[in-house]
Design a binder for this molecule. Sequence first.
Ligand code: ADP
Length: 585
Amino acid sequence: MLRKALGLTEEGWRAFRRGVAFCAIANLALMAPMCVLYVLVGNFAAHLEAGAPLPELAPYLVAVAAMLALVAVTQLLEYRNTYGPVYDESARKREGIAEHLRTLPLSFFGERDLSDLTNTIMKDCADQERLFMHVVPQLFGTGISSIVVIIFAIIFDWRLGVAAFWPIPVAVAIMTATSGLSNRKVAAKEARRLEMVDGVQEYLDCVREIRATNRSEAFLDHLRERLSAFERAQVASELATGTTISSGQAFLKLGIATTILVGAALIVSGDVGFLTYFAFLLVVTRVYDPINVVLQSSIELMETRHSIRRTNALAAERPMTGSRDFRPRGHDVVFEDVSFSYGGTDEPVLSHVSFTAKEGEITALVGPSGSGKSTCAKLACRFWDVDEGRVSVRGVDVSTVDPEVLLGDFAQVFQDVVLFDESVADNIRIGREGASDEEVLAAARAANCDGFASLLPEGYATKIGENGARLSGGERQRISIARALLKDAPIVVLDEATASLDVENETEVQGALSRLLAGKTVIVIAHRMRTVMGADHVVVLDRGRVAEEGAPTDLLERGGLFARMVHLQAESAEWSLQGSVDARA
Ligand code: ADP
């Protein structure tokens, strides 16, 4: 249970127990020089009382040196067993989270924002790293060593034992009673911090739009409001935790005072010898030191409880799983009575959609913006699972297949290609890991990447900047096509948002595409009439339903939504041409 509460992996838990044990040993070893001092004082007092000459000091000095060496060794062992393993555990945890995120359905990412996730991976892990390095092993280790010392002290003399250690249960009771309040304040502070980070990220993401629309002042006001809300929450949380800890620490101080008073009374009454009194004074000061340090750092423990809860919640998210054995007898993609909404409860985005994208044919999805075309394409690749009905690849329901295995059969070409700050060649190689340089080059050539790559300073070896900042829209898309060509998957999903490309680029892109599409099952989100008319099958979507489907020429004749869209597009092309002619005249 404790392992779960601390969010440790199996290995981390073993390292943690070792850390606790060494910390307890190190704390107990700190008592060893006190024992030598105790024996020395006892011996000297006995000699003085008997009027005998004082004993040799050298053996005591040797004993003290040996004890100090013991302290040094145990401290070193404690350090080795807490710091090193903590870094390893932290790395394992981050990797574990990243690995887990890979298996989660995309719907999860739709509900969580990116800054929240980044926060969990980076800050929460770092917080826990610090906690496991400084606080938790010390907390448990000090707990164990203190209990041992207290038991011995009480056996030695129970009256002085009670006088010395009574404040500990009282301090724990005070802190437990007030921890609810400090927890609430810490939780509130964490919530404000996430809002603040969110605000900053939003500002950075939208800085261009904000400037362009002259809304900087309004946006900054909003951001300032979040910053000061966080500041207020932070002060409140520090006040609450600080008060709790300080009152605990103040109580502990009383232990020394009561030991002095009760000890003095017992000496006067002759119940306790000076030596026992002296020993207790030594022990009380030593025992309270580590306890005070632990109390101080338990502020961090309180704060980190929230981050552990967040990481645990993330680990508990159900991954998208399925069979790793996916061998369909062909590659027709079939939608049967599919209904779907993002988030499950909202307006349905697709209602009872049925159509088949046949192998070897180009199936064009057409319809007004927001009609559900991209959603269909994403459901085919199992980015989400459908609410009703089923999507299958030649009889195999995609929701039963492991998403990674399924995607092995899909190549996707989108306008908003994700590119990494690697070389052009490496970005293409993402299509098929382990492809040889020749294969990468062949795919790049087939996708007409040669033209722009030869102009780059180091050709295909040129790094392209974060998310391909150095490349134009058409160049990025050609990289995406080269990736798909290299992958040579039997199903191709294509978002043909090529409107931003100039004519020359467009021809190049089209040439590359026709090489990619030959013989595949092609689902294309079509925007231009040329593609639509060149498709074998057209599915017209309207507000999430299939309005009509068939061969493009048949649909034109039928005079329905498709025919109207074609006319509209033709008219708008004419109109814009006419508009520019008028403007020139
Ligand atoms: P199209 O490709 O035809 O323009 P989409 O499939 O992208 O249409 O979108 C259909 C509807 O689903 C739209 O109303 C859109 O706002 C909504 N939608 C798209 N993606 C998401 C998402 N990730 N989360 C919530 N709603 C979405």
